[in-house]
Design a protein around this ligand. Structure first.
Ligand code: FMN
Length: 506
């Protein structure tokens, strides 16, 4: 099986490391004036306008990111709820005018490297109140659904996932795809990491809003790629499905799908026609080609046991009650951190709430794959130094005491943000172990898993009116810094948390 030739992942991962990435061109430049249109535009397509109710439903952000519903009763979201899920995941939340040639920028609900917005969202559903069964593409620009296919096609997804039990009873499945060139124009072959980072921050929002509505959902990462791409009629060299979320529960059996004919609707993918074969190779190497592969892949990963200051999360009654909707709308990546401290209680609550785990098809219980390593620059009640988060025990293990502000800045590509922040957090995995268990597809889930928890950290920080930003990093320097503890681990995602400086717009 191609998926278990894991040298393919090592070739890609090592080849896209900063600063010695052999798959990256040193002379490459990107000018924001050449930013691709961040929307997939279908020509001559039937559209359904969506009516958005942005009103908070009263669930706090901290509860929404940390609660998982396991519903045994029928729960079919209506169009109003679906619209909220789509909007708070991938909708436009802010418009900022920059001077030419950049011009007006539309920012979305979740953070995204380079604000290039290369992740698209599709809906596959049965009849739900307010919407007929069909396949739809979410158009955030016009807040509308593009009608791709009419009819109930869920059986195709059930087949592609080898009868995954949650998918079989879900009235709605969202499919998240990546338009490679929209992001590779800036980040070259490293784009395939960004695919999962930027999908993960969106999914953190989707899961949170779904949980706020008390609806169960499951992240589905094992499927026959070509079947899902065909369902959406994608040119998979340019745009491919990354992951799905099945949502809700219906007791009605799924009918046989209508025949799958080509959709034949022209679309513009804002393609710049520069392909990076390494991205396609990595995607192919981590693809599953038939349902036998999917079934055998879906065995559960056994996480190694690790052998500590206990966290002091704030008590529930003292927590900020700001709703998930309000927090998503005010989130934006912090552009300048002050050197002011956050409190250990805030850090404890952020860590605990954002790593409560998710319901997925790759972990046997609500868990996350990544380990968290932390540099504490300035936190009241916690000495500065480097730490490992022992999640099983809700405690932080001190690795080295000291002032590592300079190093924190250096690890984050020498930027001011990780230098000035109170805390920088690195999501790391033993990639070899993950690949031995999951094959090349393990690379997808390791990146995604980190990004979802990172996306939740954004929300938790903003719930406290603190700041946060995702960051990119010098891979091997991070491993070296946290070694020997982090020996054999690779960084999947980095985020900085702290107090926003007064001049920072977000
Ligand atoms: C994974 C990830 C890495 C990022 N890396 C950086 C970075 O290295 N430097 C930076 O200034 N911003 C970084 N950002 C922030 C993005 O530039 C920002 O999310 C984007 O411009 C959209 O703006 P918003 O988050 O305010 O909505 C990163 C964001 C993510 C999700």
């Amino acid at each position: 099986m191609k998926n278990y030739d894991i040298q393919d992942t090592w070739h890609y991962h090592n080849g896209t490391k900063h600063p010695n990435g052999t798959l990256l061109s040193r002379s490459h430049t990107y000018h924001p004036g050449f930013r691709p249109i961040p929307y997939k535009i279908y020509k001559n397509i039937q559209k359904i306008s969506l009516l958005l109710d942005k009103e908070p439903i009263g669930i706090s952000a901290l509860d929404a990111i940390s609660t998982i519903y396991d519903s045994k009763v029928e729960m079919i979201p209506d169009l109003n709820v679906l619209t909220r899920m789509l909007y708070f995941s991938g909708g436009i939340t802010r418009r900022i005018k920059f001077s030419p040639p950049i011009g007006a920028f539309e920012f979305r609900a979740a953070s995204c490297t380079g604000a290039l917005y290369h992740i698209e969202i599709y809906v596959v559903c049965s009849d739900i109140p307010g919407l007929c069964a069909g396949i739809y593409h979410f158009d955030p620009k016009e807040l509308a659904l593009n009608v791709l296919r009419k009819g109930d096609f869920r059986q195709v997804i059930v087949d592609a996932t080898a009868d995954e039990e949650f998918v079989k009873q879900a009235p709605i499945t969202l499919i998240f795809t990546d338009i490679f060139s929209r992001n590779s124009i800036k980040y070259q072959a490293r784009e395939y990491r960004h695919a999962f980072w930027d999908c993960g921050t969106i999914i953190a929002n989707t899961l949170s809003i779904t949980s706020a509505h008390k609806i169960s959902s499951r992240l589905i990462s094992g499927f026959v790629d070509s079947q899902i791409n065909n369902l959406l009629d994608l040119d998979s060299k340019k745009e491919a499905s990354l992951v799905m979320i099945s949502i809700g529960r219906t007791d009605k059996p799924i009918p046989k799908s209508p025949p799958l004919v080509p959709i034949n609707i022209e679309s513009e993918n804002s393609d710049n026609n520069i392909d990076y074969p390494e991205i396609n190779s990595m995607h192919d190497a981590s693809s599953l080609y038939n349902t036998i592969e999917v079934k055998s892949w879906r065995k559960h990963f056994v996480r190694p046991q690790y052998t500590t200051t206990d966290l002091i999360p704030l008590r529930a009654e003292t927590l900020t009650k700001d709703t998930i909707e309000k927090v998503i709308l005010r989130r934006g990546s912090t552009r300048v951190f002050s050197h002011d401290s956050i409190t250990f209680e805030q850090l404890s609550t952020i860590l605990k709430r954002s790593t409560n785990g998710i319901d997925t098809d790759f972990l046997s219980r609500y868990d996350i794959l990544n380990d968290l390593y932390i540099i504490v620059n300035n936190v009241d009640g916690l000495p500065s130094g480097s730490y490992y988060y022992v999640r099983q025990r809700d405690s932080l293990e001190l690795l080295r005491r000291g002032d590592f502000r300079e190093i924190s800045g250096n690890l984050g590509l020498g930027q001011d943000l990780p230098h000035d922040a109170s805390v920088t957090i690195f999501f790391m995995v033993n990639l070899q172990k993950v690949l031995e268990s999951f094959g090349n597809r393990g690379y997808r889930i390791a990146q995604l898993d980190a990004a979802i928890a990172g996306g939740k950290m954004y929300l938790a920080a903003y719930a406290f009116n603190l700041g946060a930003t995702g960051l990119t990093f010098y891979d091997d320097m991070v491993t070296d810094f946290f070694s020997p503890h982090a020996k054999n681990k690779d960084t999947m995602f980095m985020i900085a948390l702290g107090k926003k400086a007064k001049s920072s717009h977000s």
